[in-house]
Design a protein around this ligand. Structure first.
Ligand code: FES
Ligand code: FES
Length: 151
């Protein structure tokens, strides 16, 4: 099928997308946006987090066809080309990146949290990021990064 969406503010089209493909597959394999990671493909880890019409979703749980005509923002679209946003800067500064596989999803989820709640306490941070798993278990540094981005 042909998929037409707006991704990171740009109209995008992809041909040959399988009807059963996920939005994550469409982004990574058809739209050259590998930032969103495929770690579980079951909605369990949050590594594929993107915005769909401004709502945080797991791209592995959304059919590509459901994104037709809608607006998607991926981790690549959070800052300008060659720039980092404050959340990305904070993850770097706090040393919250180990293998980095969970990082794009955590950054999108943190961006979403801080839009909704610019001054979250630790319990609110932990709750907001509960769906994002880090297999390197660097959670303390991740919390530091979120606190830093909020400040
Ligand atoms: S790859 Fe989508 S939640 Fe894990
Ligand atoms: S930094 Fe490796 S999974 Fe989180």
């Amino acid at each position: 099928m042909r998929l037409r969406t707006t991704v990171n503010g740009e109209p995008r089209e992809a041909d040959g997308v399988w009807e059963g493909a996920s939005l994550l597959t469409a982004l990574r394999d058809h739209l050259d946006l590998p930032g969103s990671k495929n770690a579980c493909e079951q909605g369990e880890c949050g590594s594929c987090s993107v915005y769909l019409d401004g709502e945080l979703v797991c791209a592995c749980l959304v059919l590509a066809g459901q994104a037709e005509g809608r607006e998607i923002t991926t981790v690549e679209g959070l800052a300008g080309v060659g720039e980092l946003n404050k959340v990305q800067e904070a993850f770097l500064a706090a040393g919250a990146v180990q293998c980095g596989f969970c990082t794009p999803g955590l950054i999108v989820a943190t961006d979403d949290l801080l839009k909704r709640n610019p001054d979250p306490d630790d319990a609110e941070i932990r709750e907001a990021l509960a769906g994002n798993l880090c297999r390197c278990t660097g959670y303390e540094k991740i919390l530091d990064a979120v606190r830093m981005a909020a400040s």
